[in-house]
Each structure stands twice: as C-alpha cells, then as structure tokens.
Ligand binder design. Structure first.
Ligand SMILES: [Zn+2]
Length: 155
C-alpha cells in the first residue's frame, strides 16, 4: 500500500468530487460485504471545529436515520481508499450488529479484506489527522486528485 505523503495539503470541505468518491467507496463496501442488506446513505460529516484535537471520531452511524457519516478530514488525497472503506465497513457493522464493540463485532471487523492494512495506516497517521492547524487546512493550492476506487478494488 502506498505511503501517504504528509506534505500534501488536505481540503477543508468535501467537494462534489469528494462526495462522488465517497459514494463509490461505499457502494463497493456494500456490494462486497453487505449485499443482503439495503444500502445505507454514507455522507461526509460537517467540518465544525478545526482546533487541534486530542481524539477524533472518524465515522459514525445514526441508528435512527441509518445514516453513516465519515469525518471530512478523511476527504484528502493522502488518505488511502481502503482506510475510508474500513471506516464505512465498521459503521455498517453497527447497523447489522448493534452499538457494542464486543468480541463478535471485532470478529466481523476482521472480515474486511484490508483490516490489518487499515489499522496499520491509522496507527502511523493518526497524529497527522489530529495535528492539523487551521492554516494548514486552508492552504489548498490545487484541487486534490482522488485515487480511482478500482485501484484498491475489494474482492
Ligand atoms: Zn464503532
């Protein structure tokens, strides 16, 4: 898996391209792992605070609306598609298995084909996501290039 470049500027808010990209990633997760359930709406969350963070919630599942939200900080070209897909997969599991991160939940989490790679990526890069300054978030000289979802196709 590619090593993300820490000097690539992130984008502050999801663009139409980012929305489409997220939909394509979500479609693939749905088709590959949750085809027997109806697809859930998967959207970028809103960027509210840009302060330095101690922790960050990268995804959430609302069991009233059945909507999955992905933190917009992941909408940068430095975040590998499989990492975003691992978050989508995790939130789909909340839809299927309920709110608890119990043993059964963790067993199902490991069925995501790139679970280990995704864990490894966040272990190495979480500090980058947490440490962004406002000035860094606003410095966006060019639109980001999103990798094609097919480059990291799930089987
Ligand atoms: Zn969870």
């Amino acid at each position: 898996m590619p090593v993300p470049r820490s000097d690539t500027p992130p984008i502050p808010l999801p663009t139409a391209a980012a929305r489409q990209y997220l939909e394509s990633l979500a479609d693939e997760v749905h088709r590959t792992y949750f085809a027997k359930y109806p697809p859930l709406p998967v959207r970028w969350g809103q960027q509210i605070s840009r302060k330095r963070r101690r922790s960050i919630r990268l995804g959430s599942y609302n069991h009233h609306t059945t909507e999955i939200r992905i933190h917009p900080i992941l909408s940068t070209s430095t975040v590998p598609a499989i990492f975003i897909q691992s978050v989508i997969h995790h939130e789909y599991l909340h839809h299927v298995l309920g709110p608890h991160h119990n043993r059964r939940f963790h067993q199902h989490e490991r069925t995501f084909r790139y679970h280990r790679e995704a864990q490894e990526w966040i272990r190495r890069n979480l500090f980058l996501l947490l440490g962004r300054k406002k000035s860094e978030l606003k410095r966006v000289p060019t639109p980001p290039v999103f990798p094609q979802a097919t480059q990291v196709a799930l089987f």
